[in-house]
Design a protein around this ligand. Structure first.
Ligand code: DIR
Ligand code: MN
Ligand code: MN
Ligand code: MN
Length: 313
């Protein structure tokens, strides 16, 4: 099978440097070799970790409370085109972030390609401790990595072309085809949005109550059979025990095995069209030496391999 790979060394959607070093760390850990040799993928990759330096503005003042609005918009617009170019050829697309703001680009790109190629609406499974559905107005941080779902669903709109105004109808997703898994740190304004729009969400509480097996049945049942799926996986969905090196760790998360299981279930559907792995920050090292970073990178690689079929017998 063909797999497009885009490596995105971008950290402007939040304030902590280092998350841009994740793609190199994941690749140095052998991820692409494993996908090629163990899983047999035919990789389409330009052997570049993109930093989009030529797109970054010299001055980028806050706009509607958003930090780095021009940079995040320009990078995600370009990334949208990169992902679209893979997806329109029928390739599954793996994007290695970077912070979660990059999902504005990846999902916008797959949503458009799936519409054009299959005349279908994309479903999104968002695995995260957070819902990332703040609008610029509800956000308490101004960090755009907390807003991607709002822009992708049209909840947040902006006319300015250079501040996400480039997102057109064909790039957007329906909130009815969105499912969250792993939630445990949702802002007050975000909870109102979830309730108002009846968004399907499985918190850690739901996983404790029903078990991850039943939760995945319900999550995939909500999406429906034969629907193209974009899996956007924030490594902070995992418990800090498994993924300590991330910008906003929250205790009480998924075990690595639960995360892998989610990825395996999505693979089993045969409907995975794209995956993001984001928020690995190898420079944040809570432990001695770089044990924490190594663990987090290894966990990230495992999630990707599982989503791409490693556990198939
Ligand atoms: C918080 C934290 N909800 C915000 N968000 C994220 O900044 O909007 N942390 N995504 O990873
Ligand atoms: Mn690339
Ligand atoms: Mn998160
Ligand atoms: Mn996130």
């Amino acid at each position: 099978d063909e797999l497009g790979v885009v490596a995105v060394g971008f950290s402007g959607g939040q304030c902590k440097p280092g998350v841009d070093a994740a793609p190199s760390a994941l690749i140095a850990n052998g991820l692409l070799t494993q996908l090629r040799q163990d899983l047999g993928y035919n990789l389409f990759h330009d052997d570049t970790v993109h930093s989009y330096k030529d797109l970054l503005p010299t001055s980028d003042p806050d706009y509607r409370g958003m930090k780095n609005p021009l940079a995040v918009s320009a990078v995600t617009k370009k990334l949208c085109d990169q992902v679209y170019e893979h997806a329109k050829e029928g390739r599954c697309v793996l994007t290695l972030g970077g912070d979660h703001s990059i999902a504005i680009g990846t999902i916008a790109g797959t949503a458009r390609a799936i519409r054009e190629r299959l005349d279908r609406e994309l479903a999104v499974i968002w695995v995260d401790a957070h819902t990332d559905i703040n609008t610029p107005e509800t956000s308490e941080s101004g960090n755009v990595h907390g807003m991607p779902v709002a822009f992708l669903s049209g909840l947040a709109k902006e006319d300015r072309e250079d501040v996400f105004g480039w997102l057109k109808k064909e790039n957007l997703i329906s909130l009815k085809k969105l499912v969250y898994i792993g939630l445990r740190d949702v802002d007050r304004g975000e909870k109102l949005i979830l309730r108002e729009h009846g968004i399907k969400a499985f918190s850690m509480h739901d996983i404790d109550r029903h078990g991850i097996g039943r939760v995945m049945e319900m999550a995939l049942g909500h999406i429906g059979n034969d629907t193209p799926i974009h899996l956007s996986f924030d490594v902070d969905a995992l418990d800090p025990m498994w993924a300590p090196s991330t910008g906003t760790p929250v205790r009480g998360g998924l075990t690595l095995r639960e995360g892998d299981f989610i990825a395996e279930c999505v693979h089993e559907t045969g409907c995975l069209v794209a995956m993001d792995l984001v928020e690995v920050n190898p420079t944040l090292e809570p432990g001695i030496d770089d044990i924490g970073a190594q663990q987090t990178v290894r966990s990230g690689c495992s999630l990707v391999r599982c989503a791409l079929g490693e556990s198939l017998l």
